[in-house]
Design a protein around this ligand. Structure first.
Ligand SMILES: NC(=O)c1ccc[n+]([C@@H]2O[C@H](COP(=O)([O-])OP(=O)(O)OC[C@H]3O[C@@H](n4cnc5c(N)ncnc54)[C@H](OP(=O)(O)O)[C@@H]3O)[C@@H](O)[C@H]2O)c1
Length: 286
Protein backbone atom coordinates (compact mmCIF):
# COMPACT_ATOMS: atom_id res chain seq x y z
CA UNK A 1 0.00 0.00 0.00
CA UNK A 2 2.96 2.38 0.40
CA UNK A 3 2.63 5.65 -1.46
CA UNK A 4 -1.16 5.49 -1.73
CA UNK A 5 -3.23 8.68 -1.53
CA UNK A 6 -5.21 8.61 1.71
CA UNK A 7 -7.79 11.23 2.62
CA UNK A 8 -8.89 11.49 6.24
CA UNK A 9 -11.56 13.69 7.79
CA UNK A 10 -11.14 14.74 11.41
CA UNK A 11 -7.38 14.71 10.91
CA UNK A 12 -6.75 17.63 13.24
CA UNK A 13 -7.18 15.79 16.52
CA UNK A 14 -7.53 12.47 18.34
CA UNK A 15 -7.84 9.21 16.44
CA UNK A 16 -7.71 10.86 13.00
CA UNK A 17 -4.50 12.74 13.71
CA UNK A 18 -2.84 9.68 15.27
CA UNK A 19 -3.84 7.56 12.26
CA UNK A 20 -2.57 10.20 9.83
CA UNK A 21 0.78 10.30 11.66
CA UNK A 22 1.09 6.50 11.61
CA UNK A 23 0.11 6.23 7.94
CA UNK A 24 2.50 9.01 6.89
CA UNK A 25 5.27 7.25 8.84
CA UNK A 26 4.52 4.14 6.73
CA UNK A 27 5.10 6.20 3.58
CA UNK A 28 1.48 6.87 2.59
CA UNK A 29 0.52 10.24 1.08
CA UNK A 30 -1.96 11.94 3.37
CA UNK A 31 -4.49 14.70 2.95
CA UNK A 32 -6.30 15.74 6.10
CA UNK A 33 -9.59 17.58 6.19
CA UNK A 34 -10.06 20.12 8.99
CA UNK A 35 -12.60 22.86 9.56
CA UNK A 36 -10.23 25.37 11.13
CA UNK A 37 -7.28 26.59 9.08
CA UNK A 38 -4.86 27.12 11.99
CA UNK A 39 -5.61 23.76 13.66
CA UNK A 40 -5.31 22.03 10.30
CA UNK A 41 -1.92 23.62 9.58
CA UNK A 42 -0.62 22.66 13.04
CA UNK A 43 -1.82 19.06 12.58
CA UNK A 44 -0.24 18.87 9.11
CA UNK A 45 3.09 20.05 10.54
CA UNK A 46 2.90 17.27 13.17
CA UNK A 47 2.17 14.67 10.51
CA UNK A 48 5.03 15.94 8.30
CA UNK A 49 7.39 15.59 11.25
CA UNK A 50 6.71 11.83 11.44
CA UNK A 51 6.27 11.21 7.69
CA UNK A 52 8.55 8.83 5.84
CA UNK A 53 10.81 10.36 3.22
CA UNK A 54 8.83 11.20 0.08
CA UNK A 55 5.38 10.97 1.70
CA UNK A 56 3.26 14.05 1.02
CA UNK A 57 0.93 15.73 3.51
CA UNK A 58 -1.83 17.98 2.19
CA UNK A 59 -4.67 19.90 3.82
CA UNK A 60 -8.24 20.71 2.87
CA UNK A 61 -10.67 22.90 4.77
CA UNK A 62 -14.37 22.09 5.21
CA UNK A 63 -16.94 22.36 7.96
CA UNK A 64 -18.64 19.01 7.49
CA UNK A 65 -21.80 20.30 9.15
CA UNK A 66 -22.54 22.11 5.89
CA UNK A 67 -23.64 20.08 2.88
CA UNK A 68 -22.43 22.91 0.62
CA UNK A 69 -18.98 22.72 2.22
CA UNK A 70 -18.94 18.93 1.69
CA UNK A 71 -19.81 19.47 -1.99
CA UNK A 72 -17.04 22.10 -2.35
CA UNK A 73 -14.62 19.75 -0.60
CA UNK A 74 -15.43 16.91 -3.00
CA UNK A 75 -15.00 19.25 -5.98
CA UNK A 76 -11.61 20.36 -4.66
CA UNK A 77 -10.52 16.75 -4.16
CA UNK A 78 -11.59 15.84 -7.70
CA UNK A 79 -9.62 18.83 -9.03
CA UNK A 80 -6.48 18.22 -7.00
CA UNK A 81 -6.15 14.45 -6.58
CA UNK A 82 -6.16 12.16 -9.64
CA UNK A 83 -6.30 9.17 -7.27
CA UNK A 84 -8.02 8.53 -3.95
CA UNK A 85 -6.89 5.12 -2.77
CA UNK A 86 -8.37 5.32 0.73
CA UNK A 87 -11.14 7.59 1.99
CA UNK A 88 -11.41 7.69 5.78
CA UNK A 89 -14.62 9.18 7.17
CA UNK A 90 -13.48 9.74 10.72
CA UNK A 91 -14.70 13.19 11.83
CA UNK A 92 -17.46 12.98 14.41
CA UNK A 93 -18.85 14.59 17.51
CA UNK A 94 -21.62 14.52 20.10
CA UNK A 95 -23.74 17.53 21.05
CA UNK A 96 -25.69 17.59 24.31
CA UNK A 97 -27.93 20.39 22.98
CA UNK A 98 -29.97 19.94 19.82
CA UNK A 99 -28.81 22.22 17.03
CA UNK A 100 -30.00 22.52 13.45
CA UNK A 101 -27.66 23.34 10.56
CA UNK A 102 -28.33 25.90 7.81
CA UNK A 103 -29.49 22.95 5.68
CA UNK A 104 -32.23 22.21 8.24
CA UNK A 105 -30.51 19.02 9.43
CA UNK A 106 -29.88 18.13 13.08
CA UNK A 107 -26.16 18.74 13.66
CA UNK A 108 -25.03 15.28 14.90
CA UNK A 109 -26.76 13.62 11.96
CA UNK A 110 -25.25 16.18 9.56
CA UNK A 111 -21.64 15.73 10.75
CA UNK A 112 -21.56 12.06 11.71
CA UNK A 113 -23.76 10.51 9.04
CA UNK A 114 -24.79 12.76 6.16
CA UNK A 115 -21.32 14.27 5.62
CA UNK A 116 -19.65 10.84 5.17
CA UNK A 117 -22.59 9.73 3.03
CA UNK A 118 -22.41 12.75 0.72
CA UNK A 119 -18.60 12.92 0.57
CA UNK A 120 -18.33 9.22 -0.24
CA UNK A 121 -20.99 9.28 -2.95
CA UNK A 122 -19.43 12.37 -4.55
CA UNK A 123 -15.99 10.70 -4.58
CA UNK A 124 -17.19 7.26 -5.63
CA UNK A 125 -16.19 7.53 -9.30
CA UNK A 126 -12.68 8.64 -8.29
CA UNK A 127 -12.44 5.74 -5.84
CA UNK A 128 -13.63 3.35 -8.56
CA UNK A 129 -10.96 4.75 -10.88
CA UNK A 130 -8.33 4.13 -8.16
CA UNK A 131 -9.00 0.44 -7.48
CA UNK A 132 -8.16 -1.45 -5.40
CA UNK A 133 -9.43 1.28 -3.08
CA UNK A 134 -11.02 1.46 0.35
CA UNK A 135 -13.59 3.44 2.29
CA UNK A 136 -13.34 3.33 6.07
CA UNK A 137 -15.76 4.95 8.51
CA UNK A 138 -15.22 5.43 12.23
CA UNK A 139 -18.23 4.02 14.06
CA UNK A 140 -18.53 3.02 17.72
CA UNK A 141 -19.77 0.36 20.13
CA UNK A 142 -22.09 3.18 21.20
CA UNK A 143 -24.31 1.98 18.33
CA UNK A 144 -25.44 -0.94 20.54
CA UNK A 145 -29.13 -0.64 21.45
CA UNK A 146 -29.83 2.21 19.02
CA UNK A 147 -32.40 2.31 16.21
CA UNK A 148 -32.60 4.69 13.26
CA UNK A 149 -35.51 7.08 13.99
CA UNK A 150 -36.98 6.93 10.48
CA UNK A 151 -40.06 8.87 11.64
CA UNK A 152 -37.99 11.64 13.27
CA UNK A 153 -34.76 12.05 11.32
CA UNK A 154 -34.15 15.61 12.47
CA UNK A 155 -34.84 14.65 16.10
CA UNK A 156 -37.72 17.11 16.59
CA UNK A 157 -39.81 14.77 18.73
CA UNK A 158 -37.07 13.73 21.11
CA UNK A 159 -33.41 14.57 21.58
CA UNK A 160 -30.73 13.33 23.94
CA UNK A 161 -27.08 14.01 23.11
CA UNK A 162 -25.80 10.46 23.69
CA UNK A 163 -28.95 8.81 22.30
CA UNK A 164 -28.58 10.82 19.11
CA UNK A 165 -24.86 10.07 18.89
CA UNK A 166 -25.66 6.34 19.18
CA UNK A 167 -28.11 6.59 16.25
CA UNK A 168 -25.47 8.21 14.05
CA UNK A 169 -22.90 5.52 14.90
CA UNK A 170 -25.48 2.88 13.93
CA UNK A 171 -26.00 4.86 10.71
CA UNK A 172 -22.22 4.54 10.04
CA UNK A 173 -22.55 0.74 10.23
CA UNK A 174 -25.67 0.53 8.04
CA UNK A 175 -24.12 2.96 5.54
CA UNK A 176 -20.99 0.77 5.34
CA UNK A 177 -22.91 -2.47 4.78
CA UNK A 178 -25.15 -0.96 2.08
CA UNK A 179 -22.14 0.74 0.46
CA UNK A 180 -20.27 -2.58 0.34
CA UNK A 181 -23.32 -4.25 -1.17
CA UNK A 182 -23.61 -1.57 -3.86
CA UNK A 183 -19.87 -1.75 -4.59
CA UNK A 184 -19.70 -5.54 -4.92
CA UNK A 185 -17.25 -6.46 -7.68
CA UNK A 186 -16.11 -2.84 -8.18
CA UNK A 187 -12.71 -3.23 -6.48
CA UNK A 188 -13.71 -0.66 -3.83
CA UNK A 189 -14.24 -2.06 -0.32
CA UNK A 190 -16.04 -0.50 2.66
CA UNK A 191 -15.36 -1.13 6.33
CA UNK A 192 -16.12 0.48 9.66
CA UNK A 193 -14.73 0.06 13.14
CA UNK A 194 -14.90 0.89 16.83
CA UNK A 195 -11.67 2.44 18.16
CA UNK A 196 -12.30 1.66 21.85
CA UNK A 197 -12.78 4.27 24.54
CA UNK A 198 -10.11 6.78 23.56
CA UNK A 199 -8.61 9.73 25.42
CA UNK A 200 -9.10 12.22 22.60
CA UNK A 201 -10.80 15.60 22.18
CA UNK A 202 -14.16 13.80 22.01
CA UNK A 203 -17.03 15.33 24.05
CA UNK A 204 -14.91 18.31 25.11
CA UNK A 205 -17.36 20.62 23.33
CA UNK A 206 -20.23 20.14 25.77
CA UNK A 207 -19.39 22.32 28.74
CA UNK A 208 -17.56 21.97 32.03
CA UNK A 209 -19.42 18.93 33.42
CA UNK A 210 -18.90 16.82 30.31
CA UNK A 211 -15.27 17.92 30.21
CA UNK A 212 -14.87 16.79 33.80
CA UNK A 213 -16.59 13.47 33.04
CA UNK A 214 -14.22 12.87 30.12
CA UNK A 215 -11.20 13.67 32.31
CA UNK A 216 -12.46 11.15 34.89
CA UNK A 217 -12.68 8.54 32.11
CA UNK A 218 -9.08 9.09 31.00
CA UNK A 219 -7.56 6.42 33.29
CA UNK A 220 -9.90 3.84 31.67
CA UNK A 221 -9.29 5.16 28.16
CA UNK A 222 -6.71 4.05 25.63
CA UNK A 223 -4.26 6.37 23.91
CA UNK A 224 -5.11 7.93 20.55
CA UNK A 225 -2.33 5.83 18.99
CA UNK A 226 -3.96 2.63 20.29
CA UNK A 227 -7.38 3.92 19.18
CA UNK A 228 -5.99 4.47 15.67
CA UNK A 229 -4.52 0.96 15.36
CA UNK A 230 -7.56 -0.71 13.76
CA UNK A 231 -7.98 2.24 11.41
CA UNK A 232 -4.37 2.04 10.24
CA UNK A 233 -4.76 -1.71 9.80
CA UNK A 234 -7.99 -1.31 7.81
CA UNK A 235 -6.23 1.22 5.56
CA UNK A 236 -3.16 -0.91 4.92
CA UNK A 237 -3.66 -4.64 5.51
CA UNK A 238 -4.04 -6.99 2.56
CA UNK A 239 -6.36 -9.26 4.64
CA UNK A 240 -9.02 -6.59 4.94
CA UNK A 241 -10.31 -6.77 1.36
CA UNK A 242 -11.72 -10.25 2.03
CA UNK A 243 -14.15 -8.95 4.65
CA UNK A 244 -16.10 -6.36 2.70
CA UNK A 245 -18.78 -4.43 4.59
CA UNK A 246 -17.56 -5.55 8.00
CA UNK A 247 -17.47 -3.92 11.44
CA UNK A 248 -14.16 -4.32 13.29
CA UNK A 249 -13.00 -4.04 16.87
CA UNK A 250 -9.31 -4.42 17.67
CA UNK A 251 -8.52 -5.66 14.17
CA UNK A 252 -11.12 -8.41 14.36
CA UNK A 253 -14.39 -8.69 12.52
CA UNK A 254 -17.37 -8.53 14.90
CA UNK A 255 -21.07 -8.74 14.29
CA UNK A 256 -22.66 -5.37 15.12
CA UNK A 257 -25.96 -5.14 17.02
CA UNK A 258 -29.03 -6.81 15.40
CA UNK A 259 -30.07 -3.32 14.21
CA UNK A 260 -26.64 -2.99 12.58
CA UNK A 261 -27.31 -6.16 10.58
CA UNK A 262 -30.71 -5.07 9.29
CA UNK A 263 -30.34 -5.10 5.50
CA UNK A 264 -33.71 -3.44 4.89
CA UNK A 265 -32.92 -0.63 7.31
CA UNK A 266 -29.58 -0.13 5.54
CA UNK A 267 -31.33 0.18 2.16
CA UNK A 268 -33.96 2.53 3.58
CA UNK A 269 -31.32 4.67 5.26
CA UNK A 270 -29.44 4.96 1.97
CA UNK A 271 -32.55 6.16 0.12
CA UNK A 272 -33.50 8.61 2.85
CA UNK A 273 -29.94 9.97 3.02
CA UNK A 274 -29.94 10.49 -0.75
CA UNK A 275 -33.21 12.41 -0.43
CA UNK A 276 -31.86 14.56 2.43
CA UNK A 277 -28.75 15.42 0.41
CA UNK A 278 -30.80 16.14 -2.71
CA UNK A 279 -33.05 18.48 -0.71
CA UNK A 280 -30.10 20.48 0.62
CA UNK A 281 -28.72 20.71 -2.93
CA UNK A 282 -32.01 22.03 -4.33
CA UNK A 283 -32.37 24.54 -1.50
CA UNK A 284 -28.79 25.78 -2.04
CA UNK A 285 -29.60 26.50 -5.71
CA UNK A 286 -32.63 28.67 -4.83
N1 LIG B 1 -13.00 8.95 21.64
C1 LIG B 1 -13.69 7.83 21.76
O1 LIG B 1 -13.73 7.19 22.83
C2 LIG B 1 -14.44 7.29 20.57
C3 LIG B 1 -15.07 6.03 20.70
C4 LIG B 1 -15.75 5.53 19.60
C5 LIG B 1 -15.81 6.23 18.42
N2 LIG B 1 -15.22 7.46 18.33
C6 LIG B 1 -15.29 8.18 17.04
O2 LIG B 1 -13.99 8.51 16.63
C7 LIG B 1 -14.05 9.59 15.70
C8 LIG B 1 -12.94 10.58 16.01
O3 LIG B 1 -13.19 11.14 17.28
P1 LIG B 1 -12.03 11.40 18.34
O4 LIG B 1 -12.30 10.53 19.50
O5 LIG B 1 -10.71 11.37 17.70
O6 LIG B 1 -12.43 12.88 18.81
P2 LIG B 1 -11.74 14.29 18.55
O7 LIG B 1 -10.36 14.30 19.10
O8 LIG B 1 -12.72 15.30 19.07
O9 LIG B 1 -11.65 14.39 16.97
C9 LIG B 1 -12.79 14.67 16.20
C10 LIG B 1 -12.34 15.20 14.86
O10 LIG B 1 -13.53 15.50 14.09
C11 LIG B 1 -13.43 16.83 13.62
N3 LIG B 1 -14.75 17.46 13.46
C12 LIG B 1 -15.75 17.53 14.35
N4 LIG B 1 -16.76 18.25 13.84
C13 LIG B 1 -16.39 18.63 12.60
C14 LIG B 1 -16.99 19.39 11.57
N5 LIG B 1 -18.19 19.95 11.72
N6 LIG B 1 -16.31 19.58 10.42
C15 LIG B 1 -15.07 19.06 10.25
N7 LIG B 1 -14.44 18.34 11.18
C16 LIG B 1 -15.10 18.12 12.34
C17 LIG B 1 -12.63 17.55 14.68
O11 LIG B 1 -12.13 18.77 14.17
P3 LIG B 1 -11.71 20.01 15.13
O12 LIG B 1 -10.26 19.79 15.46
O13 LIG B 1 -11.95 21.20 14.26
O14 LIG B 1 -12.62 19.97 16.33
C18 LIG B 1 -11.57 16.51 14.99
O15 LIG B 1 -10.54 16.52 14.03
C19 LIG B 1 -15.47 10.15 15.80
O16 LIG B 1 -16.21 9.73 14.67
C20 LIG B 1 -16.02 9.50 17.05
O17 LIG B 1 -17.42 9.33 16.98
C21 LIG B 1 -14.53 8.00 19.37
Amino acid sequence: MTGKQIMITGGTSGIGLAAAEALAALGENIVIVGRNETRTKIAAARIRATAAKGATVGTLIADLASQGAVRNLAAEVLGRYPRVDVLINNAGAMYTTRQVTNDGIELTWAVNHLAPFLLTTLLLDRLKASTPSRIITTSSEAHQGADIPFDDLIAEKSYGGFARYKQTKLANILFTSELARRLTGSGVTAHCFHPGLVASGFNRNNGLLMNLAMTMLWPMSRSVEKGAETLVWLATSADVVKTDGGYFVDMEWQPPSPQGQDVQAAQRLWEISEAQCARSSTEARR
